[in-house]
Structure formats: C-alpha cells, structure tokens
Ligand binder design. Structure first.
Ligand SMILES: [Zn+2]
Length: 254
C-alpha cells in the first residue's frame, strides 16, 4: 500500500515523515492530475511518482502553496507540468533561493536543483486546468503570496501552512505587518463557504468543525500574543516551535 489515501472522491493526500507535511493530488479527466506541494524527502517524492504511475495518473499542473523549501519540491519522475505559485511567492522563491536551498539541504538533502523552486507566476482566481475547479485564496500570512486551494466540488480546502493541528501560527516576522497579514489570511480562509475537509500543510486532515476549531485556536494565539505576555499553546511541543514562539513574542515587544 502506498502513502496516498483518498480523503474525498478524486482527492488524495500523502503525509511525509518530515514534519507531517502533506501532499495533495486532485484527479482530473484522462488521468491528468493536479499536484499540490509534493514532498518531502527525495525517496518520498520518488515514491509519490511511482504511486501516481501505478494509478495511471500524470501530473498536468502543479501548485506550490508558498515559497518555503518544503513546499517547492519536485522530482524528474513527476514530469514537466507547469508548476504555478502566486506572483509574490515566485518573487520570493527567486530572490531568497539561496536560503531555501540551504533549508532543503539541511533537512531533506539531494533534491535536483534544476527542479527545486522552479515556479511560474500565476495571477488568477483558479488553477487553469480541465479538472475539478481549484479556486485560489491568496494572502500574505506566514509567507508572501500564500495560496490556499479550495475544491468546491468536494469541499476540500488545502490551506498550506495555516490551520494546522500540530503547529502554532508561524508569522512572517520580516513582513511590515506580520499580524495584520496573518489575521487577513485567517479571515480569508474563514470566509470560504462549503468546506467539508481541511488539509493543512503540516498535520492532520480535519472536518468542517475541526477547521472552525483551528481558526479559533489560531485567532486565540494571535490575541494572546498581542497582549505581549508569555503564554503556552498546547501545540508548542518542539524546540523549533518554542523558538518561533519566542521570536513572535520578541516581534510584538518591539
Ligand atoms: Zn511554510
């Protein structure tokens, strides 16, 4: 059995050994598929390509939710489909490439640099393909040009690095208004109607009630942060997240 599991008709999700990172596959007509954030290790990307081939699926379009190294991966076996991202995300992938390459080499080394982070800017309301409608919700929370994907036919919302059950909100503290950007992103996601399942970039798939719970938890985290006092969030379990939380507190205390 492979890693891909079907969470809704024609929507498959695989979860990586690295940070519970999710890959989403949406099947279209004639065996074409939309591939969102394939990852993470070289072996896992190769395994994903093998699984798609075994299911007679061929990626015809890719989407990178945001310009962080673990969301802009690809493998030669996945073919040569265009890999889109929001314009602001592509800009970051180009200008901050050295740091992204370093992040990848530190945590999931060996990816082909010719394919790593090679994205095409797409300024559109939906991903152009002949499969199920894939609407884009682009905002700047967590990273510039962060693009969630909503599949209205199945009610699946692929949120990128938002709405996780295992991670606190991770602010883009280099942004001018990291707080405002994050609140805007949460509001945009909360405004999507007809969500039946949420697929976070890291963590577990949840239902509509779980999405509401996560949106509330993330807003609550930001509210507590805004009070500028140390506090605990049950999702802070790893050292790197404790560090991120400390950075957030520093950011609000400035
Ligand atoms: Zn990220």
């Amino acid at each position: 059995m492979g890693r891909l599991s079907e969470i809704a008709p024609g929507v498959l999700v695989a979860t990586s050994s690295f940070a519970l990172t999710t890959t989403t596959v949406v099947t279209g007509p004639g065996g074409g598929c939309l591939l969102i954030d394939p990852g993470v290790t070289v072996a896992e990307v190769a395994e994903l390509a093998g699984e798609l081939a075994a299911r007679s699926l061929v990626p015809v379009v890719g989407w990178a939710t945001h310009p962080h190294w673990d969301h802009v991966l690809w493998g030669r076996d996945l073919g040569t489909a265009p890999r889109y991202a929001a314009p602001a995300a592509v800009h970051i992938a180009e200008t901050e490439r050295p740091g992204m390459v370093e992040g990848m080499e530190n945590s999931a080394p060996g990816h082909d640099l010719e394919l790593f982070g090679r994205l095409v800017a797409l300024d559109a309301l939906a991903i152009p393909w002949d499969g199920p409608a894939a609407e884009l919700i682009v905002h700047d929370a967590h990273a510039p040009g962060h693009g969630a994907v909503f599949l209205p036919e199945t009610g699946v919302l692929v949120t990128g690095d938002m709405c996780s059950d295992v991670e606190i909100p991770l602010l883009d503290t280099e942004a001018e208004d990291a707080f405002g950007d994050y609140r805007t992103g949460l509001a945009r996601l909360a405004a999507v109607s007809g969500v039946r399942q949420v697929v976070p970039g890291h963590g577990h798939v949840g239902d509509a009630a779980e999405l509401r719970r996560r949106l509330a938890a993330d807003s609550g985290y930001l509210d507590a942060l805004a009070l500028r006092q140390p506090f605990d969030d049950p999702r802070i379990t790893a050292d790197w997240m404790r560090d991120a939380h400390a950075r957030h507190l520093e950011h609000v205390q400035r």
